[in-house]
Design a protein around this ligand. Structure first.
Ligand code: HEM
Length: 159
């Protein structure tokens, strides 16, 4: 996600040319891989519910934590789908990694393309905001409260 954010921010500023086209393709391909992984993650989550919040997380923080987590998960789905639909609305079909032709999500339409571009832009800014919030919260807990929240996020860290 961080790589896609950086690539997205960088590629839009490139002059029209082969490098820009290649960057757009890689952005789309990896973004759609994220969509597939997000689907797998959601299925996995249904069978493996997260551990309860640590006792140190109470009050408004306990209410805010699931909202931030669900927003992150929703963005994992909404960002790639809005990008895919934007590409379809622009009349550009996606051939995933140059191998698999994907169906167009919407018909080619200039106004729809502009709306989806604004949506993709807005969602990417929301992602940046939520990521900053999330990292700040983790650092606050780990460095200030020292309650082991960061350790829980590593693989096998909660057990
Ligand atoms: C999954 C995570 C994704 C993230 C985090 C992401 C992020 C971004 C960002 C930050 C930008 C630059 C926006 C701007 O500042 O103007 C961008 C642009 C773009 N993204 Fe994504 N993106 C994702 C997935 C996708 C997918 C799956 C597609 C298409 C299949 C896609 C298609 C595009 C296109 C075509 C642009 C350029 C729009 C323009 O020309 O202004 N993105 N994306």
């Amino acid at each position: 996600m961080l790589g896609l954010l950086a690539l997205g921010l960088w590629m839009t500023g490139l002059p029209l040319g082969l490098a820009k086209l290649q960057a757009y393709n890689w952005h789309k391909w990896v973004g759609l891989a994220v969509l597939a992984l997000a689907g797998a993650r959601i299925l996995w989550r249904r069978r493996h519910p997260p551990p309860a919040l640590p006792a140190a997380v109470t009050g408004w923080q306990a209410k805010a934590a699931p909202i931030v987590h669900w927003t992150l998960l929703a963005l994992l789905i909404a960002l790639p789908i809005s990008g895919w639909a934007m590409s379809s609305a622009a009349g550009i079909s996606i051939v995933w990694f140059g191998i698999l032709r994907l169906p167009d999500l919407v018909p080619g339409d200039r106004a729809l393309f502009e709306a989806l571009k604004t949506t993709h832009y807005g969602l990417s800014r929301l992602l940046i905001g939520v990521l900053i919030l999330h990292v700040a919260a983790v650092l606050y807990h780990d460095l200030w409260r020292r309650d082991g929240v960061l350790r829980r996020m590593w693989p096998l860290g909660g057990s």
